[in-house]
Write a protein that binds this ligand. Structure first.
Ligand code: NDP
Ligand code: GDR
Length: 370
């Protein structure tokens, strides 16, 4: 039985990857940070009681900022494959916490590599690094491929640039199986609530159900190449199943503005929007509602701009070229953008129908605006 160690197992990708590897009959180990409350919602369905026999899913307390802890866990687990997904992954927040981001996202990657080297596992342990399309930053060429030069535009992207190159360096210096997946944005119903797609699908569901009046976004003109996380975690695994360690771009090859994603999310619920105004004065109003279940007044403003969501330096356009992954890994997409939007929006409707029920019963409902 192969053993995998996943950092960031409580995150979106970690949860999907753990489920995928368990189905492939791996013993899955995950590193979980200590927090003051349970933070395991995304992996609760995978939990196995450690008191039982034949437990194939195990969690270890740890943190990428703590070298000794990383060394000890890797020594204990002796993994065949390490997936380094743990990171301070929010681009905007990285401007608020740049030093912490560098410590975890850049040096955390080094700590994993060094642990494997110190423990003499360089021949037996393969390492996957969660690299990102944010490395491309300021547009140099489109579509972006494995050969496109990097120009990071945030403390997050600069930290991930170190992660990318230290993986390449250890591969070349010590002949390690260490590979980067340069993944473009991928989303899902369990995407973190403050990333733009999930913020939009949650707001669309809550507005449709009458739980919220309005929401606020930043730059609507940015373009992203969005795929479904379920497709992308499969690529991570394929990258580690190759004979040779290589870096791969994982993307759909299609780019869409934030504004268009808003339009699609509401359209999925039968709600047409009209955008008016420009720049920070742009708003979106209800133009028509074709779903009788939702009581929405035409002309009602449901979206406005709040400049606090703009970034000091923005990444305007991402569009990836996944040719190498398709040809060498045999990687295939199962979801297109409409499939992704559908999955996310209806999942959020199911989530918030519980709040709708409570509201009707006279309970006070929390507002989530961030
Ligand atoms: P999430 O933010 O959902 O998950 C991040 C995970 O990292 C969480 O489990 C989090 O733990 C953990 N983590 C954060 N800080 C530390 C730390 N100091 N030590 C150990 N673990 C830590 O991210 P995603 O699942 O979306 O992304 C996975 C990885 O892929 C990240 O590295 C991200 O930067 C990268 N990436 C993501 C893309 C995307 O579109 N989703 C695209 C390209 C790259 P906790 O739950 O305790 O916060
Ligand atoms: P990104 O994702 O920065 O691409 O990083 P995010 O969803 O945060 O932003 C995408 C784009 O939307 C614009 N935007 C807003 N973003 C957020 N979060 N909130 C808003 O209100 C808002 N309004 C507009 C942003 O300016 C940006 O242009 C994600 C993360 O998962 C990274 O870890 C990963 O490396 C990259 O994707 C690929």
């Amino acid at each position: 039985m192969k053993k995998a160690l996943i950092t960031g197992i409580t995150g979106q990708d970690g949860a999907y990857l753990a489920e995928f590897l368990l189905k492939k009959n791996y013993e899955v180990h995950g590193i979980k940070r200590r927090s003051s409350s349970f933070n395991t919602d995304r992996i609760d369905h995978l939990y196995q009681d450690p008191h039982e026999i034949n437990v194939h899913f195990k969690l270890h307390y740890g943190d990428l900022s703590d070298s000794t802890n990383i060394i000890r866990i890797i020594q204990e687990v002796q993994p065949d494959e390490i997936y380094n997904l743990g990171a301070m992954s929010h681009v905007k927040v990285s401007f608020d916490s740049p030093e912490y981001t560098a410590n975890v996202d850049a040096l955390g990657t080094l700590r994993i590599l060094e642990a494997v080297r110190i423990l003499g596992l360089t021949r037996s342990t393969k390492i996957y690094q969660a690299s990102t399309s944010e490395l491309y930053g300021l547009v140099q060429e489109v579509p972006q491929s494995e050969k496109t030069p990097f120009y990071p535009r945030s403390p997050y992207a600069v930290a991930k640039l170190y992660g990318y190159w230290i993986i390449v360096n250890y591969r070349e210096a010590y002949n390690m199986f260490a590979a980067n997946g340069i993944l473009f944005n991928h989303e899902s119903p369990i995407r973190g609530e403050t990333f733009v797609t999930r913020k939009i699908t949650r707001a669309a569901a809550r507005i449709a159900l009458g739980l919220q009046d309005k929401f606020y976004l930043g730059n609507l003109d940015a373009k992203r190449d969005w795929g479904h996380a379920k497709d992308y975690i499969e690529a991570m695994w394929l990258i580690l199943q190759q004979e040779q360690p290589e870096d791969f771009v994982i993307a759909t090859g299609i780019t869409t503005t934030i504004r268009e994603f808003v339009t699609l999310a509401f359209k999925e619920l039968g709600i047409e929007l009209a955008f008016e105004g420009e720049g920070v004065n742009e708003v979106a109003k209800i133009a028509a509602c074709h779903n009788d279940k939702f009581q929405l007044e035409e002309g009602k403003e449901i979206l406005a701009i709040d400049s606090k969501y703009f970034r000091p330096t923005e990444v305007d356009l991402l569009i990836g070229d996944p040719t190498k992954a398709k040809e060498k890994l045999g990687w295939k997409l199962k979801y297109d953008l409409n499939g992704l939007v559908k999955d996310m929006v209806w999942s959020d409707i199911r989530l918030f129908e519980k709040d709708e029920y409570l509201k009707k019963g006279g309970f006070q409902i929390m507002n989530y605006y961030e």
